[in-house]
Write a protein that binds this ligand. Structure first.
Ligand SMILES: C[S@@+](CC[C@H](N)C(=O)[O-])C[C@H]1O[C@@H](n2cnc3c(N)ncnc32)[C@H](O)[C@@H]1O
Length: 234
């Protein structure tokens, strides 16, 4: 696992990254959800606690990474009133077992990590974990993966005397995936305290692919704002 490299940076960068957009666009999509939500890839819980704030639903926060789960549980522990309502599932999405189907499934910023064959197998599994007419919402953007580009700073954040910086290089790109190299750097002034990298594939399926897979698994498209897709189980 390469989590231990990126984990310390996660909340520093994502709280101001994709999370504000998700917090703006998700509440209208989830209006009316009352009973239960399965969140796939809950990460450190940046979205999980918001789901709990927006809805009265019981939440199943699924997260396979032990490091991410530790941060998620720490976040939940800081909100003791949520501890009775949020169950943390320590497994990957394909292995999810629930006592009864849920009303909605939410998956924010996870698709890039799902290898195509895994993703194709996932939709039918999620269909069996949803109530009839249940809602599936996830982040997705059209246009396929980014083109190759040199190393660029994404963002940096000061923490006391240190600066945490994340840089990204796109090494190669194909129709539905790219090879991304991330550098995680901590500096104090000009001195580099640590610099570690993670390289690996990121998946960005195009619309025709996603539509074929979801329709094939029994979903019907519903309205969703830019950056999101919403589907209902037929
Ligand atoms: C970029 S993080 C997003 C976390 C959170 N949803 C958020 O928006 O802050 C992606 C998460 O997906 C999880 N993940 C990766 N592969 C997964 C899989 N097969 N099943 C479930 N979660 C997965 C990772 O462990 C990671 O926590």
């Amino acid at each position: 696992m390469t989590d231990f490299i990126s984990l310390p940076f996660y909340d520093l960068f994502h709280e101001n990254g994709h999370v504000p957009e998700a917090r703006e666009k998700l509440p209208p999509l989830l209006a009316g959800i009352r009973r239960s939500i399965l969140e796939i890839g809950a990460g450190t819980g940046l979205i999980t606690t918001s789901l709990a704030d927006w809805t009265p639903a019981e939440i199943f926060a699924l997260e396979p990474s032990a490091g991410m789960r530790a941060m998620l549980l720490s976040r939940l522990n800081a909100r003791p009133e949520l501890l009775k309502r949020v169950t943390v599932l320590p497994c990957d999405a394909l292995s999810v077992e629930l006592d009864e189907p849920v009303e909605a499934i939410v998956m924010i910023n996870v698709m890039y990590a799902l290898e195509p064959d895994y993703r194709k197998r996932l939709w039918p599994v999620l269909a069996t974990r949803l109530e009839p007419g249940g809602l599936l919402v996830f982040t997705w953007r059209d246009g396929g993966p980014p083109a190759p580009r040199p190393l660029q700073e994404l963002e940096s954040q000061q923490v006391g005397r240190h600066t945490y910086t994340v840089l990204l290089e796109i090494l190669e790109s194909s129709e539905e995936s790219c090879e991304a190299r991330y550098l995680y750097r901590i500096t104090e002034g000009d001195r580099v305290i640590s610099e570690e990298e993670i390289a690996g594939p990121a998946y960005r399926p195009v619309w025709e692919t996603i539509e074929g897979e979801l329709v094939g698994a029994g979903f019907v498209q519903a309205d969703a704002p830019e950056g999101f897709l919403a589907w209902r189980l037929a």
